[in-house]
Design a protein around this ligand. Sequence first.
Ligand SMILES: O=P(O)(O)OC[C@H](O)CO
Length: 411
Amino acid sequence: ATDITWWHGMAGRNGEVINEVAQKFNASQTACALTPVSKGTYEEALASGIAAFRSGEQPNILQVFDAGAATIINAKGAVIPAEDLITKAGYTFDRNAFIDGVRNFYADADGKFVGMPFNTSAPIMYVNDEALKKAGVEAPKTWEEFEAIAPKLKEAGYIPLVQSQLTWQFTENFFSRNNIQFATNNNGYDSVVDTQLKVTDPNLVMMFDKLKAWADEGYFAYYGAGWNDNQKMFEENKAALWIGSSGSFGGLTKTTQMPFSADFLPYWGSIKGAGTSSFIGGAALFAMSGKTDEENKCVADFFQFLTSPEIQVFYHEATGYVAITKAAYEMAKKEGYYEKTPAAEVGIKQLMLPAGEWSKGYRLGFYPQIREIMEREYGRIFANEVSVKDAFDTIEKEGNELLARFAKTDG
Ligand SMILES: O=P(O)(O)OC[C@H](O)CO
């Protein structure tokens, strides 16, 4: 058999499911043998993949998260567009088979899929049903509704709100859910040259002023940039609402101590046109170049295998990442999966909400590094070291410097 390798950035339950997917592929045919290798986090997988490409030791397949899309797509000669690879192997590729939110994020300007969407998620609100019952309140649809119920949740003995990624959930997806422009040049899609962040937007500054005020009142708690530190408070029945990834659903069903449900990421009722779909989260798979025809054929076979409704439904149900094709979504519905587990449908429903002008995606160079600047400044906000306005001035200035540098090296 032809050996191919798949580097990824998943751990825990989601890492185990990757191994199960690879085993299923290997059992389904004899021509190719796929080996998945965990490279740590999403950030580490991207860095290892790019470094390996430079030294000619790249894997066949590299998983790259949403924030790294511009980096991998602009890395000259590093990848073969998924669509080209698949059609060259003799398969037909139907862009319309994929759900709407998935179609733009990893595609080029002509809509050609460069990355193969794989684990697609949405940032959703997990709801501690016990806490809401005790407080006698309903899950909020808007942040205004959250403000109204937060005192009651606190009185009932809970931290009203926690979240796990202020960059993805409260920055990038603040822009999508409230339908506000995130960056110039069509959120970066039109050109990498002269693209600038718009994070000093008064609405975003307002969101973080609110978060800081909520933290001071005891309505919101921030345990740092670590995903798990924040998720733990929900799992241990200490927090009422947790903003997490739909892709955490599979793990959560095994670790959470109380009954929970899920709902959409709230938006601001006061912002005109808000309530649009969110950007997709998670990651896509990229076929690295410099490999033999036999290996590329195996990668195409694997991509084809991954989009089959059966595998999509298996992966969706095991993890909580959404079904990326319409056929798989229909199959899960027909099985009655969402009647049994309505929380598992929230992510896909949020991605299928009407899209706004600014909810389709973004494409920004050095974006993982820009996220690091954000995390640093957000930490300083909650440590009372900087005002929200000053923090965003810094993020915009340093972020724009990185964007300008990216345009020079890769644009
Ligand atoms: O936890 P995931 O896989 O849904 O990913 C969340 C974000 O999209 C990461 O950038």
